[in-house]
Design a protein around this ligand. Structure first.
Ligand code: ATP
Ligand code: MG
Length: 449
């Protein structure tokens, strides 16, 4: 029989392996804790939505809708469906569908996979994870400042230092229209410098040309009419209100007049958190105000603002901090030999878990049940604080051998590295040792009573 062909993951879609999972958990726990501390509530929406939702929300002339969506026909009923490329559209749909803002504004957050058919490269994948927030029903610069400041708190808590904030206002539709006319005239004057992409966008989405990464266009684009110079009184007041709060709270930023969101529904505040440590995919968080969107969806006019972070990019930054020490798998590894010992090990395992400990019980592999020696090696590799060992002698004496496995718990355990402990006392004994140790070292211990 020939060997079956290997099946591999879809291009641009990644596995998150156990060695990386703790880093993801750390990010998610930190982000969720912070969002909660600002009063944000979790919302979960489906990964698949009607294609028309994204076409309407994101806008027909954007990268996403033009070429990046994974769309398909539901073979059961012919519905046109799309794997969500971003989170805002689904959240806004849910807010309207369930009338979530009937009793006032809502602060929401979400996380999950997004799908875009892009050319895979470092920091750019076809399935990637976003963590995002949407504040729906708030109109002032205060909530914009809040969203930005909770991002700052997140970078601080994660220990990310080389992240900077870029800020801009893209005004309202009228202001953009006046700017657009001048911008197109300017770009037409420099048509020889425009690349193909820019030429294509010249009349559909010229604002997005300002966003170009093409070095040959930088000088030209730097001299283009700035939307900031077209802002009316209200848009300016909003921007200045935001800047005042940021300044008073020592949030540093640069005003980047070229920062735009290519989507029609964005207005006023736009911002990005950027790093130089990730090559060309340096934006780890992008946000902005989208006051017109909900009305465009058929809802009552409701202002809103939000951001989305690319989690893969943030994880890569966190890896750069060098804190890649593999955390321990468990508090206790149960080593046993013989049938009676195995049954006793199961009973002790359940009782240790009842007490809040993480326990790995040695189980058989095709190589067999494993000698004491090979089981102890596994115990060592697991990073457990203690091995609880049961063999024939232990069954005969109703005592387990409890062995401290790490230098840090040795100390807490005193001189004695290895003790005989009656089966019924094993849980108390181990908990005592670990709680004693807990004061010294928080990082390794799983104990959660
Ligand atoms: P770009 O101009 O780089 O394509 P975008 O405007 O498409 O970015 P947003 O839709 O604003 O990006 O998404 C918010 C964040 O999600 C980005 O700043 C980035 O961190 C992350 N992100 C977007 N697309 C991808 C992707 N294909 N792979 C990984 N992360 C992504
Ligand atoms: Mg994109």
């Amino acid at each position: 029989m020939s060997k079956p062909e290997k099946i591999v993951a879809v291009k641009g879609m990644n596995d998150i392996l156990p060695q990386d999972a703790p880093m993801w958990e750390l990010f998610e726990n930190t982000a969720e804790t912070i969002l909660k501390s600002y009063g944000y509530q979790k919302i979960v929406t489906p990964i698949v939505e009607d294609t028309s939702l994204f076409a309407r929300a994101i806008g027909a002339v954007t990268d996403i809708v033009e070429k990046e969506m994974y769309s398909f026909e539901d073979s059961m009923n012919g519905d046109q469906l799309t794997l969500r490329p971003e989170g805002t559209a689904g959240v806004v749909r849910a807010v309207l569908e369930h009338n979530l803002v009937y009793d006032g504004p809502k602060r929401l957050w979400y996380k999950g996979p997004m799908f875009r058919h892009e050319r895979p490269q470092r920091g750019r994948y076809r399935q990637f994870f976003q963590f995002g927030a949407e504040a729906v029903g708030f109109s002032g610069p205060d909530i914009d400042a809040e969203l930005i400041m909770l991002c700052r708190r997140l970078w601080d808590d994660l220990g990310l230092q080389n992240v900077r904030l870029e800020l801009n206002s893209i005004g309202n539709a009228d202001e953009r229209l006046r700017h657009r006319a001048d911008l197109i005239a300017y770009l037409e004057k420099h048509e020889d410098i425009l690349d193909l992409e820019a030429k294509r966008r010249l009349h559909s989405n010229p604002l997005r040309i300002l966003d170009t990464k093409n070095p040959a266009m930088q000088d030209m684009v730097n001299g283009a009419p700035k939307l900031l110079d077209y802002l009316g009184e209200e848009s300016l007041a909003h921007l200045n209100g935001l800047r005042k709060i940021l300044d008073r709270n020592a949030v540093q930023y640069t005003i980047n007049p070229r920062l735009v969101r290519g989507l029609d529904y964005y207005n006023r505040t736009v911002f990005e958190w950027v790093t130089d440590e990730l090559g060309s995919q340096g934006t780890i968080c992008a946000g902005g105000r989208y006051d017109p969107l909900i009305e465009q969806f058929g809802g009552k006019a409701t202002p809103a603002v939000g951001f989305a972070m690319g989690i893969e990019r943030i994880i890569e930054l966190m890896k750069g901090l060098g804190e890649t020490q593999t955390p321990s798998q468990c508090d206790v590894y149960l080593v046993h030999q013989g049938e009676d010992a195995q049954l006793q090990a199961f009973i002790l395992g359940e009782r240790l878990r009842d007490a809040g400990l993480d326990v790995v019980l040695h189980c058989a592999t095709p190589a067999g049940a494993g000698s004491f020696k090979s089981q102890m090696k596994k115990a060592d590799g697991s990073g457990a604080a203690f091995a609880v060992i049961i063999g024939e002698d232990e069954i005969a004496s109703n005592q387990a051998v409890v062995k401290a496995m790490r230098a840090d718990v040795d100390k807490a355990a005193g001189e004695q590295q290895q003790s005989k402990v009656a089966f019924e006392d094993v849980v108390d004994y181990v908990v005592d040792q670990i709680v004693g140790d807990h004061d010294h070292d928080h990082d390794h211990v799983h104990y959660h009573p």
